[in-house]
Design a protein around this ligand. Sequence first.
Ligand code: SF4
Ligand code: SF4
Length: 408
Amino acid sequence: MSGKGSDYTRRSFISTAATGLVSAGLVNFTPGKVFAQETETPEGTKEKKLIYRTIGRTGLKVPIVSMGVMNSNNPEIVQASYEEGIRHFDTAAYYQFGRNEQMVGSVINKLKVRDKVVIGTKNFIPQQRRGLTPEQSKTKLIEACEASLSRLGTDYVDIMYIHDVRDAETVADQGIIEGLKTLKQQGKVRSTGLATHAAMADVINAAVSGGFYDVVLTAINFTMADDAGLLEAIKNAAANGVGIVAMKALAGGARWPNPQSRRDYTSSTIATAALKWVLRNESISTSIPGYTNYEHMREDFSVAYNLEYTEQEKKLLSDNNIKLSMGYCRQCNKCLATCPDGVDVPTLMRVHMYAAQYANFKIARGTLDGIPARSSINVCRDCLECGAQCANTVDIARRIDELKAMYC
Ligand code: SF4
Ligand code: SF4
């Protein structure tokens, strides 16, 4: 699984004067480019061609659509994904308390395709790394990563991410870096990474300036088209050899963000438009949509053959109602200061996404349990101060109500 450069052909170009598309966020980074999805065979017939990209300096070359395994507990979906052409599987020690890694490992080993796939996993969530000395960090990280290898049934992982990184200090943590260096020297970890869904630009910029990490797995989707700092950080990372893998590409995973959308679009349009928006950015190597059924697997993977927008997809990405009703929480933390009781609203919004949109109640519960009691949902007294504070159209008050109904 190695190679350099992009594997697709750019066959034609459109006008760069697509000002309307740029303002709608339809054209990001590569204005004017059309992405090829077919090649001519010598016999003159057309054949679909997968688009591959290389993940930064890792040399790992994968189709632009990979599988985020987090929400699936069905090994048959993992196997079907491999058979469909997916070659990169993203999991974590934290998902299903290790069973997600076990499932990925058992499928890959059953198929005997370990050398044909890229496995990325994540370790050392904030609760595990809090309050440790550098020496303790190093030791505990090595133990945690070795436990992942054991669950995956493999001698090495291709990408080992530090899970849920939210600041530059963690990126520079010498205990963690020393632990990963040891694992690399032992051949147990091929590439190192950071997974981030808050303060992403800071984390990416710190990864580039620090020079140690090979990959950043970052949240990015079309509802964040106005986040110039993040887009610049992604571009700069790619230019410096740090691979960028996209998560949350479907803006929280809602294929039907509102009742009207069911009338105006198909589920496929929402998913493919969102994925294409992310992947038309050539600084992003691949994405890890977290589908859980065959229909969504095929919808998502169809994008790996074709990045050209359909007319419906263009319409959807220009539709402000869709963007508003996605209500994607980009974990900007701006609402944190508005709560007089210090409730950790951003993390609660993530809990809501896991429960209401992913239907992944284990991750939701685990994330909720990770919030210190003094800033968790029981402290909230429904003053509604935070309700109007989100500039990104997240209906905070309603989501807190729903969380209370579920967890209080
Ligand atoms: S709810 Fe809004 S303000 Fe709060 S973190 Fe999310 S996007 Fe930012
Ligand atoms: S409604 Fe709850 S979370 Fe929001 S500001 Fe009031 S106490 Fe804080």
